[in-house]
Design a protein around this ligand. Structure first.
Ligand code: AMP
Length: 431
């Protein structure tokens, strides 16, 4: 299949070529013809699969066709894309700008945390495509600035993330301002019940398109690195040194831990930055841009801050802390192995993480390889509760206990130990 099979406008074809896309990705091959036919779509695809272009190209095509028959001084918002985070809104907006560069179609990113006036200007001018987070959009709707009564295409992107972040009530409110007669596309990596309900309520006879159902891009190599708690930071440093890649994304569970780990890495000589919700929009943008430009080799991030980011060629995702949910795992490693490039996803695990590991293996429908980092001194460790040597040869079910710790927290058995390296984040104290 090639892009010319979609019969897209020549101006879009030019932009596609200039973006360097030669062949449609699987989600594009599956979704673009359906979207062009005007049908509703429920797409199972995570970021990194090329899904942005899969909905942006049909939107642009449709708007170009409508434009051909409309006087161009009459500008209205015609398409609305709702996303969970500002970073993602910004990213989609950039993708639209690139693909629409030879057209007069304009887009605006609408999100909170920054001055509202440029956004208000865009709204007054009636840009054709709005890419918005639900909260700020509602503010503009309430203020009478955003008028959604001409919206013909609606996209709900990363619906599961919006649900996780508690945005569904706001999304429903936005929906009540959009005409019923419209095309709707909903994308989600996973489908919790609430997202299914949202899909049932807001889409009409949607075509379901599943690419890599709830599973990460196949090019990602997963590995678990069992490690006692107090050696986590040392192991991270050793792994990063060994990988020596140009762009490595490290995830921690909390903002505070992101801050601590990033500082510790900087002390170890890494060009490290951090992305989390306690940083200003400006700081986050600088961190992200610096990471993209190669100024920073390592970026330490929390789930929410890194959600849906399109960072090209992240070679390694390292989970310093295992995520709290399987979905979060899938989203995190969606940052690597993007659009068919290979990537590595390493997760540091302590014995307390075994329940979560089992859940992840179940979702992936395969055991994840356990590795020991050669040359790393595990010697000062407290006796591991799970003999590492045995782990590899046994099937996942035998290898792992059946239950998670009831309090869901990781216990640091050596809390207060004199062996703890100074930089090791103390779990209790940093939570
Ligand atoms: P997305 O899943 O939309 O975040 O896209 C992930 C990355 O793949 C982005 O950097 C896109 O620019 C890139 N991409 C999208 N479509 C294609 C394609 N057909 N060929 C190559 N790269 C693509």
């Amino acid at each position: 299949m090639s892009f010319s099979d979609f019969n897209l406008d020549a101006r879009l074809m030019r932009a596609i070529a200039e973006a360097g896309y030669t062949t449609p990705t699987p989600i594009q091959a599956a979704a673009i013809p359906v979207a062009l036919s005007g049908k509703d779509i429920v797409g199972t695809a995570q970021t990194g699969t090329g899904k942005t272009a899969a909905f942006v190209l049909p939107i642009l095509q449709r708007l170009l066709q409508a434009h051909a028959n409309a006087p161009h001084h009459a500008r209205f918002h015609r398409a609305l894309i709702i996303t969970p985070t500002r970073e993602l809104a910004e990213q989609i907006h950039e993708a639209i700008k690139a693909l629409a560069r030879h057209t007069r179609i304009r887009s605006a990113a609408i999100y909170g945390g920054v001055s509202a006036s440029p956004q208000e200007k865009a709204l007054r001018e009636g840009v054709e495509i709005l890419v918005a987070t639900p909260g700020r959009l509602l503010d503009h709707i309430d203020a009478g600035l955003a008028k959604l009564d001409r919206i013909a295409v609606l996209v709900l992107d990363e619906a599961d993330r919006m649900f996780d972040m508690g945005f569904l009530p706001q999304v429903r409110r936005v929906l009540s301002h959009v005409p019923r007669q419209r095309q709707t596309m909903l994308f989600s990596a996973t489908f919790p019940r609430e997202v299914e309900e949202l899909a049932n309520r807001s889409l009409r006879e949607p075509q379901r398109i599943a690419i890599g159902v709830s599973a990460p891009a196949v090019t990602v190599t997963h590995a678990l690195y069992p490690v006692p708690h107090h050696l986590k930071l040392d192991l991270l440093v050793a792994l990063l040194r060994k990988a020596d890649a140009f762009s490595m994304l490290v995830f921690t569970r909390t903002k505070h831990r992101a801050e601590k780990v990033s500082r510790a890495l900087a002390r170890q000589g890494f060009a490290a930055t951090r992305l989390h919700g306690d940083r200003s929009q400006n700081q986050r943008q600088r961190a992200l841009q610096g990471f993209k430009d190669g100024k920073y080799q390592v970026m330490v991030a929390t789930d929410i801050a890194a959600r849906g980011l399109d960072i090209e060629s992240v070679s390694h995702v390292i989970n310093f802390d295992i995520p709290d949910t399987v979905d979060a795992y899938i989203h995190r490693i969606g940052r690597t192995g993007r659009a068919e490039r290979a990537g590595d996803a390493f997760t540091l695990v302590t014995p307390e993480d075994n329940g979560m590991v089992r859940d992840i293996e179940r979702a992936l429908q395969q055991p994840i390889e356990r590795r020991r980092l050669e040359g790393f001194d595990y010697g000062s460790a407290a006796a591991p509760e799970q003999p590492q040597g045995q782990a590899k040869s046994q099937p996942a079910d035998k290898r792992l206990p059946r239950t998670r710790p009831s309090n869901g927290r990781l216990n640091d058995r050596r809390s207060g130990s004199a062996h703890r390296p100074d930089d090791t984040p103390r779990r209790r104290s940093v939570r």
